[in-house]
Design a protein around this ligand. Structure first.
Ligand code: PLP
Length: 379
């Protein structure tokens, strides 16, 4: 019987505890495990290397992404950084130019010191990706849709090209989650999440997840997870498992809200530009519609200037004004002072990340309430 994604979120091999029948995965708060026979240790010996609660989450994300193995990390950045440890001094990586700020930082400030170099390219253009290839290129890392302009990269041809050239392809799937987009199915080798966002969904946990499509590569990532040690704690694994159960219904409701709000914003004279892949006016609309089953909850829009943006942030009553995204409450962010604060102003403006640009991650409030709130705040 093939079950719908929403059913599989609730009913999977870890949804009932086999020992007790408990309806939620027990929290195994043990760091170590008694060994009946030191010559034949059991499945678990030490919780950095393996923990039953974490294992339940890891198998769940692997299953939902269509991978062979999953790994849970102490943050999205821990997941990303550990994955980058697949590479060695002398290796070169091709990276989406609009990559998450923390990813940019670890690449340019930390991995660069270790002799791993990278080129940032506009991965919405396959020709530019191919141009960046060098003999020492070992990985390509894509974020789609990107932050904050929601540029869409076509995953299938990039991943296929990567495979032909013996390059590991990695996709940050935080914005869409496996409910809307499955990079492994589109040919990627590794998919990465900040589970802090939609996967857990309640702004109450910081977590990262990785799913891998191939057993040999999965073994290497598992080795690094244990070696580097940035694992997710047991209580946080439980919170992520709890959040995952409602992923489908949250994504659908937030996406419906985002679509309605994006259309409304587009009709407002005070709004210069709306970026949302669900709008036919968005340049990535058709690729997104072909490779994903939904457009997600995040949109950005541009008002006249920084002073209008500040007034709007002061006057809104429903969304919280904060960094992060993907929660039950709507989150209004200000990219030029938050995610892209470290980017020089000239570079920001060149990329369209102006002082008037705002990002809205639509939560589960009634969209009409959010529209009324934005309307009074804009007025
Ligand atoms: C938040 C975020 C990250 C980093 O995740 P943390 O859980 O904050 O470490 C990485 N990629 C994207 C797209 C994000 O939004």
């Amino acid at each position: 019987m093939s079950l719908d994604f929403g059913t599989r979120l609730i009913h999977h091999r870890h949804s009932v505890d086999p020992q007790t029948g408990a309806s939620s995965t027990p929290m195994y708060l043990a760091s170590t495990y008694h060994q009946e026979d030191v010559d034949q240790p059991g499945a678990y010996d030490y919780s950095r290397s393996g923990n039953p609660t974490r294992h339940a989450l890891e198998e769940t994300i692997a299953e939902l992404e269509g991978g062979v193995a999953g790994f849970a990390f102490s943050s999205g950045m821990a997941a990303i950084s550990t994955t980058f440890l697949l590479f060695s001094a002398g290796d070169h990586l091709i990276i989406s130019e609009d990559v998450y700020g923390g990813t940019f930082r670890v690449l340019t400030e930390v991995l660069s010191r270790l002799g791993i170099t990278c080129t940032f390219v506009d991965t919405t253009d396959l020709a530019k990706v191919k141009e960046a290839l060098r003999p020492e290129t070992k990985g390509v890392y894509i974020e789609t849709p990107s932050n904050p302009l929601l540029k869409v990269s076509d995953l299938q041809p990039i991943c296929e090209w990567a495979r032909q050239n013996g390059i590991i392809s990695m996709v940050d799937n935080t914005f869409l989650t496996p409910y809307y987009q499955k990079p492994l199915v589109l040919g990627a080798d590794i998919v990465i999440h900040s589970a802090t966002k939609f996967i857990s969904g309640h702004s109450d946990v910081v977590a990262g997840l990785v799913a891998v499509g191939d057993p040999a590569l999965a073994k290497r990532v598992g080795y690094l997870q244990n070696a580097f040690g940035s694992i997710l704690g047991v209580q946080d694994c439980w919170l992520v498992l709890r959040g995952l159960k409602t992923l489908k219904i949250r994504m659908e409701a937030s996406t419906r809200g985002a679509e309605k709000i994006a259309r409304w914003l587009e009709s407002q004279p005070a709004v210069k530009q709306v970026n949302y892949t669900g709008l036919p006016s968005h340049p990535g609309h058709s690729i997104q519609a072909a490779q994903a089953t939904g457009h997600g909850a995040v949109l950005t829009f541009e008002v006249e200037d920084g002073s209008v943006a500040r007034k709007l942030m002061k006057n809104v009553k429903i969304p919280i004004v904060a960094v992060s995204l993907g929660s039950v409450e709507s989150i209004l962010s200000y990219p030029c002072k938050m995610s892209h604060a470290s980017m020089p102003e000239e570079e920001r403006n060149r990329r369209g990340i102006t002082d008037g640009l705002l990002r809205l991650s639509v939560g589960l409030e009634d969209p009409d309430d959010l529209i009324a709130d934005l309307e009074q705040a804009l007025a």
